[in-house]
Structure formats: C-alpha cells, structure tokens
Ligand binder design. Structure first.
Ligand code: UD1
Length: 429
C-alpha cells in the first residue's frame, strides 16, 4: 500500500491550482441519471471517489466518455466528461459498490424519479459517525414513495411517479437535500423543501438541474421550491471550485509560512474559514485570479472555532484547522457539531507531539513550539490530510499511511505541494 513521506520545515511559495469540487462532482454525476440525453461536466476532478461513482453509474447503464477520448483509454478521467443515461439498465445499486462510498446511496433519488423504483444498498457504518439515512427516506416518503428496508437494502417504489409535497427536514443534511431536490424535479406538481442545506454544492446542483430543464428556485437558502417537469434534457455544466481543497492549502501555508496563490479559488465559498484564518494571524487577499494566502514572520494566534452547516465553518476543514492550532501561541477550543466521532486525527496528531484533550464534541488544543515527525495513519479523508499538513512543519520525517483516503478527495496532492517547495513524495511498498 502506498504512503506519503514528508520531510518538514519548508515554507510554501508559489501557485496551487484548485480543482473542481468533489462534493459537487458526485451529485452532478448522479443527476445525469435523470435524463436520457447527455450531461457534460467540465472541470471534473480526477479522484478515486469519482472513479467509484463511475463504476456505480456504469452498473445502472450510464455511458461515460471523456471529451476527445474513448472509454477505456489511458487518462479517461480527464476534465470534461460526458454522461449519458440513455436507458437505466438496472435499478439496483448493490452492496459491493455502495459500501465503498456513502454518496452512491444518492442514486435512489434519480432512480425513483425516472424509473419509479429503486433498490439501493444501505451505505452502512462510517468512520466519522453513524450517519443514518432517515432524512432521505422521510423526504422520499413525503414525495409519495413506498419504502421498505429488506436485507440491508432500501426498496423503494412510486407507482405512477412521485408527487409534489411540502417537507421540512428536521435536521440539515447536504445529501438528503441533494436527493430530495433531484427526486422532486420529475414529480407531479410543486414541492417545497424547508430547512434545506445551503452549501454551495447544493446551489451548483440546482444550477445544473435548471440547465437540464428543471424549475428550481431558492437553492442556497433554507427553502427550495421545485415545480415538477415531465422530462429533463442534456446540458453542459462546469463544476465549481473545491472549497475544502482551497481551505486545506490555505491552512497548509498558514502552518508552514510563505506565500501561495490558490488559483481559481472563490472566497465566497469559504468566507467563514478565511475569516477564522485571519483571526489566527494569517493574511488572506482575494485577487482576480483566486485567493492569496500568506504568513511571513508573524505568530499563529490561538483561535476558537465551531463547525456549522454552511455558511459556518465546514466540518470538512476541522481536522486541518486543528493541525494548525497545534502550533499556535496559546490554547484554542474546537467544537465539532456535525458528526459525533470526527476526532480520529487527535491521537495521530499527538504522535507528532501535539497537545490536545477531548471532552465529547469539544477539543482543547494547547499550542506547542515544535512538532516532530513520526509514522501516522488516519481513517478518513480529511483526517489524513490534516496529518500531511502537520507533517509539513514537523521536524524530520512523517510517513502518512493509508494514502487511499487522500486519493479519494485530493487531486495530485504531492505534486501541488512539492511544486511550492514541500519535500513530499509517494512511496509504494
Ligand atoms: C456531506 C459531504 C461531507 C460533509 C457533510 C457535512 C458530500 C459527498 N459529502 O456529507 O463531506 O462532511 O456533507 O457538511 O457532499 N444525518 C442524519 N440522517 C440522515 C442524513 C444525515 O441524521 O438521513 C446526519 C448525519 O449523521 C450528520 C448530519 O446529518 O450528523 C449532516 O450530514 P450530511 O449533511 O447528510 O452529510 P453528507 O451529505 O453525508
């Protein structure tokens, strides 16, 4: 299994291009199942999660082609990819495929909307918490679906099609918002969804669905209204830049010191995280080309942070921010409010010399003057990258194992960092 080996101590200087957002790419790809015509996605990131989803979509009969290349050719996960679901060949999403990535469960929305049936494996447990599916099922039931859970599968049907409804989510969920919104595009009549997720990826999906002929308004607010249409058509859509990748590299340069242009990044996608970095003593400047982040000579200031749904501080940047706070002057408090078990990076950061204590959802980080390299590993994507960030300043060598977690969500991570002066490489065993 591959590992990433880092020798800490180099400042980061230069330009890092920001990729298309993983969390937008996945629902956009799934949305292509809603039409028999071709949905062309530009700026699709080359990631293991995108590849896993391609496998699932292929199983449902979705054809995909990289623009200018034929299926199966090397480099097929290029930047512009066409998805065509001429016919849905199979309405079952099997355990072997769904268990690899939770978001693949989201195919249930388009299957119900277009085929009026779907049999999708429950996604199962997850390293960062129990992550139930009640909100998905309740909203789809409100749209008229009959749903049973049998032998680990959600078996859903909507004879005659889904019907517009008024549904208020008891809790904000990004995935359940995506799915209910996709399902409602082809329902009869109007659907009003309340307490919806306001994440930029929801807005991006709504934009793409509208380009496909859907009638959605209010995406980006807590109430989304969808007027059902009979049919959707193809479109061409550009995936928005990855705000988590942006925040991760911003935190990396905050940690090492230096000056980086995050090319193509959009500040409005992560304003709260950028404001938090400014409070921590980091310089953040929006430019025509993206966001410039620098820290030159100033100390890092201990800064409290609490994760919240958008527009709050994203849970997907919590681990990285905690890594940063391990080197700040003073004591900071970090609260995780979205997932109940998202502190797995804490004991690994401790192996590098960090001083962190946990009390339920609260972490107290006491800044230290130095981290020291060690072998570490992590059990999820964002935790893994927090260890890479810590490794960039740790004295000596840090080896991050289980690299497949990083490959799920960070495109060309080593290349992007080494181009800016980091000593980082991938080692195959
Ligand atoms: C998405 C993101 C993930 C991010 C998360 C929160 C993708 C592919 N993933 O995950 O990176 O960390 O949003 O910003 O976009 N919940 C329920 N019942 C449900 C569904 C969710 O209780 O039916 C709970 C979850 O356990 C969690 C909270 O709601 O505590 C938020 O989860 P949710 O927004 O659904 O996360 P995902 O969409 O899975």
């Amino acid at each position: 299994m591959d590992s990433i080996v880092i020798t800490g101590g180099n400042r980061l200087n230069g330009t890092i291009p920001i990729s298309g957002a993983k969390n937008a790419a996945l629902p956009l790809m799934i949305a292509s199942m809603l039409t028999a015509e071709t949905v062309t996605l530009e700026n699709l990131p080359d990631l293991a999660d995108v590849e896993s989803l391609v496998r699932i979509l292929t199983n449902h009969g979705v054809d995909f082609q990289v623009e200018g290349k034929r299926k199966g050719q090397a480099g097929q996960m290029g930047r512009v990819v066409k998805f065509t679901a001429g016919e849905i060949a199979d309405t079952t999403a099997p355990y072997e495929l769904v268990s690899k990535m939770r978001a693949s469960f989201w195919v249930l929305g388009p299957l119900l909307a277009r085929c009026h049936e779907g049999r999708v494996s429950l996604p199962g447990g997850c390293a960062i918490g129990t992550r139930p599916v009640d909100l998905f099922l309740d909203s789809l039931r409100a749209l008229g679906a009959k749903i049973e859970v049998e032998n680990g599968y959600v078996v859903a049907s909507a004879e005659g099609g889904l019907i517009g409804t008024h549904f208020k989510f008891p809790k904000v969920s990004v995935g359940a918002t995506h799915v209910a919104m996709m399902a409602a595009t082809l329902a009869k009549g109007q659907t009003v969804l309340e307490n919806t997720a306001r994440e930029p990826e929801v807005v991006d999906l709504a934009k793409c669905l509208n380009a496909m002929g859907a009638k959605i308004s209010g995406a980006g607010t807590s109430t989304i209204t969808i007027d059902g249409v009979e049919k959707l058509h193809g479109c061409r859509h550009r995936v928005l830049p990855d705000r988590i990748e942006t925040g991760t590299y911003a935190i990396a340069v905050a940690m090492t010191g230096g000056d980086i242009l995050l090319k193509g990044a959009q500040p409005d996608l992560l304003q709260e995280a950028l404001d938090t970095l400014v409070r921590a003593g980091v310089t953040v400047e929006p430019t025509n080309e993206g966001i410039r982040v620098s820290r030159n000579g100033t100390d890092l200031i201990a800064t409290d942070m609490e994760t919240q749904p958008f527009p709050g501080f994203p849970t997907d940047l919590q681990a990285q921010f905690m890594a940063l706070m391990t080197m700040a002057k003073g004591t900071s408090h970090i609260k995780e409010t979205i997932f109940e078990n998202r502190f797995m990076h804490v004991q690994e950061l401790a192996r590098l010399g960090a001083k962190i204590s946990l009390d339920g959802q609260d972490a107290t980080v006491e800044g230290v003057s130095e981290l020291t390299g060690a072998p570490v590993m992590a059990t999820d994507l964002r935790a893994s990258v927090s260890l890479v960030i810590a490794g960039l300043v740790a004295k000596g060598t840090t080896t991050v194992n289980r690299v497949y977690h990083l490959d799920r969500g960070f495109e060309r991570l080593e290349e992007k960092l080494s181009n800016c002066g980091a000593t980082i490489s991938r080692v195959s065993e």
